[in-house]
Structure formats: structure tokens, C-alpha cells
Design a binder for this molecule. Structure first.
Ligand SMILES: [Fe+2]
Ligand SMILES: [Fe+2]
Length: 121
């Protein structure tokens, strides 16, 4: 499964980069919209692919199941925040607040995948 790790980590690096770039924008601008759209689309596809391939295979191993459940729960939580942000006014302080939560939680999630889930797998 060595290639899976590389592919996933490459995606994660890309997501970290977009998050930092969004954090550097302010208000409802074309740049923020473009970066947000890219993040939203990429992360949804990434999480779906992760669940269909990586986590589905890990789920068949008893030693992998607790990690899978934990990660999939986080996917759902992150997904909810992303949908919330999608429906909010980008120029509002509320958007930035929620975005900061997403930024923090998403980075935590991918670090956990890289450090704990890959380790276990
Ligand atoms: Fe994930
Ligand atoms: Fe991931």
C-alpha cells in the first residue's frame, strides 16, 4: 500500500497549502472564493476516496477498526463545518471564525492520519 500513503500525503500537503492561503485572504474576494471552492471540492473527493480504498481495507482488520471509526467520524464533522461555511457570507466575522475552527480541526485530522493511522496500517 506504499503508494497510497504517498498519494494521501501529497493531497494533505496541498490541503495545508490551500488552508494557509485562504487564511491570508480577507473578505468576500475572488481569490478567497476560488481557493475555498478548490479546497471544498478537493477535500470532499479526497475523503470519499480515502473511505472507499484506504479505510475500507483497514476496516477488514480488527486492529484497524477503532482508528477507522474515529477518522470517519471526523470526516463527518469536518464535512458539516465545510457545508456550513459553504452557506455563509464569506465577508462575515462568523465565516472567519468557523474557518479557523475548520483549519485547526482539519490539520489535526490529517496529522493523525499521517502519524497514527499510517503507523498502524
Ligand atoms: Fe481523512
Ligand atoms: Fe486524508
Amino acid at each position: 500500500m506504499a503508494d497510497i500513503y504517498k498519494t494521501i500525503t501529497k493531497d494533505h500537503d496541498h490541503h495545508r497549502d490551500i488552508l494557509n492561503r485562504i487564511a491570508d485572504t480577507s473578505g468576500d474576494t475572488a481569490k478567497r472564493r476560488r481557493l475555498w471552492r478548490e479546497f471544498y471540492r478537493d477535500v470532499k473527493a479526497h475523503a470519499a476516496a480515502e473511505e472507499e480504498t484506504f479505510y475500507a481495507s483497514l476496516m477488514t482488520k480488527t486492529w484497524g477498526q477503532d482508528k477507522v471509526r474515529h477518522s470517519v467520524t471526523e470526516h463527518k464533522e469536518l464535512d458539516d463545518i465545510m457545508d456550513e461555511l459553504q452557506d455563509m457570507d464569506m465577508s462575515s466575522p462568523g465565516w472567519l471564525n468557523r474557518f479557523k475552527t475548520l483549519h485547526h480541526d482539519y490539520v489535526h485530522h490529517i496529522e493523525e492520519e499521517e502519524e497514527e493511522v499510517f503507523e498502524r496500517a
